[in-house]
Design a protein around this ligand. Structure first.
Ligand code: IPE
Ligand code: IPE
Ligand code: MG
Length: 230
């Protein structure tokens, strides 16, 4: 089995976890944010090249205003708390999603973190923020149409189309993990998942610890990826 390069995680179950502790949903998001640090460090230690985390979907705007604004404050909280450690670990922050709909202060925090870590050569910690896979594909198609109109290209094949996606700079997706016992994709990386291995874990995100993560890696290496071959 080839070494795992790119892992994506749907960090789900913060709200239900908080409820099970008789706490507010926001407490679950706070705990979840601490866990991002734990899993990012674990992935980096395992030599993973890219860890893509679903932090906020294009559909999450439907949530109550208070919850959305709390979620938008988490990047600042995360980087204030963990930036020193991320730098020590040589981790590079990136993001995918449409920045222009994100509150200005949140966008600024993300831009600052990307800038501060841009020369780091360790793992890329890629946050999907205001990301939706359908939206990503529509943006890609419109970009293709523009390039055709301008005479830059005539057609696209799979390889060329991938250049228009938000993951264009990253290695192919190897593994998707979703926590919280939900068995769905929720508009995440639809194109990129074509041959990724899927894992669904019953634990809510705040309880998904390093040990669980290592178990997922172990499970991954036991699988036989055929990509349509034999
Ligand atoms: C995941 O946890 C975090 C985000 C979607 C931002 P949820 O907030 O979806 O938690 P549940 O699924 O309601 O328990
Ligand atoms: C997916 O979780 C999005 C993120 C983890 C950011 P949701 O909680 O939004 O997904 P659904 O609504 O259960 O499909
Ligand atoms: Mg959820």
């Amino acid at each position: 089995m080839e070494k795992i390069r790119h892992i994506a995680i749907i960090m789900d179950g913060n709200g239900r976890w908080a409820k099970s502790q008789n706490k507010m949903r926001t407490f679950g998001h706070l705990k979840g944010t601490d866990n991002v640090r734990n899993i990012a460090i674990a992935a980096n230690d395992q030599g993973v090249e890219v860890l893509t985390l679903y932090a906020f979907s294009t559909e999450n705007w439907k949530r109550p205003k208070d919850e959305v604004s709390y979620l938008m404050k988490l990047p600042a909280l995360f980087f204030n708390k963990f930036m020193t450690e991320l730098m020590e670990k040589n981790i590079r922050i990136m993001m995918m999603g449409e920045m222009d709909q994100i509150p200005k202060e949140t966008a600024q925090v993300l831009i600052k973190a990307m800038d501060q870590t841009k020369n780091n050569t360790g793992m890329i910690l890629n946050f999907a923020m205001n990301y939706g896979s359908r939206r990503e594909m529509i943006l890609a198609i419109n970009h293709v149409l523009k390039d055709v109109k301008e005479g830059k290209i005539e057609t696209v094949d799979e390889e060329r189309f991938e250049q228009y996606l938000m993951t264009s700079k990253f290695p192919p997706l190897d593994l998707l993990i979703r926590t919280s016992g939900e068995y769905r994709i929720s508009n995440f990386l639809l194109w990129q998942l074509a041959y990724a291995e899927l894992m669904f874990v019953d634990l809510p995100w705040p309880e998904f610890d390093e040990q669980q993560f290592l178990k997922c890696l172990e499970n991954f290496y036991k699988r036989n990826r055929r990509f349509g071959g034999i």
